[in-house]
Design a binder for this molecule. Structure first.
Ligand code: XIL
Length: 299
């Protein structure tokens, strides 16, 4: 195969990218994206501040732009994200307690109704665990509504659209020895044992020199999959874009039958949220980097 998407499809997997609505007018960008990928995650357009800028007033214009572009190019879409401590609109930031809990439920229902039957995956909850050694939850306005907020979000999501796969998504949960990884693992194990609806776990995989890729990522993917969830690499970027690291990560996903696909967090280095790290597979001129070839060869 000569593209990432076609190469991933040889083993029944997808290869995706984050797409930004604001770049869809850039033909160099859309040429690469349209050719290489077969899954799309809207980079910001389905986040809470974008879809419900005023309470109870939903706006799907940017989300639909990305969704429609993906469908026109034969690609599936991962929704991102319904409940998160960040990128909340001002009105939500100022809520707490039962009013915030109800607003979260209303938000999930409102957004999922619009995209019902259209998406492959939803990141229902994003980044709910704390960094560092506690293995516990991140403090946030949502967490302060009660520890059950995550399972309420997943139960609400299942009822809103029974056909989309429901994912928990987080960063720095790739290292099996990390307390944060174990905290998320224990939550997923608990959810599966109690019948809380969860179908998948997304490993963002933002790697950098301070928290580099480690070979036990494969153990992490295998351990979560053994709980009965699909796993995916959802926001991959690697500071410096080492070709070896990209190949290792690709091989880790391929080694786990329930690793359903990989998504890189942008097309060219110049599109990246951390462009200074040149972490992606295409350079700013749209040329394939060494990491591109190493991923394509591994797939
Ligand atoms: C980032 C986007 O790439 C930026 O454009 C935006 O300014 C901030 O958010 N984890 C996530 C993503 O789940 O939504 C974040 O995306 C990167 C970290």
């Amino acid at each position: 195969a000569s593209t990432l998407g076609a190469a991933a499809a040889q083993s029944g997997r997808y290869f995706g990218t984050a797409i930004a609505a604001g770049r869809l007018g850039d033909s160099a960008y859309t040429t690469i994206a349209g050719r290489e990928f077969n899954m799309v995650t809207p980079e910001n357009e389905m986040k809470i501040d974008a879809t419900e800028p005023q309470q109870g007033r939903f706006n799907f214009s940017a989300g639909d732009q990305v969704y429609n572009w993906a469908v026109q190019h034969g690609m599936r879409v991962r929704g991102h994200t319904l409940a998160w401590y960040a990128q909340q609109p001002g009105w939500m930031q100022s809520l707490s307690g039962s009013a915030l809990r109800q607003a979260m439920i209303n938000h999930i229902n409102g957004v999922m109704a619009h995209y019902k039957g259209k998406l492959a995956y939803w990141d229902v909850v994003n980044e709910a665990f704390a960094d560092g050694g506690s293995g516990g939850r991140r403090d946030s306005n949502l967490q302060r509504t009660g520890n059950d907020w995550i399972e309420v979000a997943f139960r609400t999501a299942r009822a809103a659209d029974p056909d989309v796969k429901l994912c928990y998504n987080d960063y720095n949960i790739e290292d099996w020895s990390a307390a944060k990884t174990q905290g998320v693992y224990n939550m997923v194990r608990d959810f599966k044992s109690r019948g809380v609806p969860i179908d998948c776990v997304g490993f963002q995989s933002h790697f950098n020199s301070g928290d580099p890729y480690k070979s036990n990522f494969r153990t992490t993917l295998q351990s979560f999959a053994a709980l009965g969830v699909d796993v995916a690499i959802t926001e991959l970027d690697v500071q410096g874009a080492s070709a070896t690291t990209y190949a290792n990560i690709t091989n880790d996903c391929l080694a786990v039958s329930r690793c359903v696909g990989m998504t890189v967090w942008g097309v060219r280095d110049s599109d990246s949220w951390r462009s200074g790290d040149t972490p992606l597979l295409f350079d700013g001129n749209g040329n394939k980097k060494a990491a591109y070839n190493s991923v394509l060869n591994a797939l």
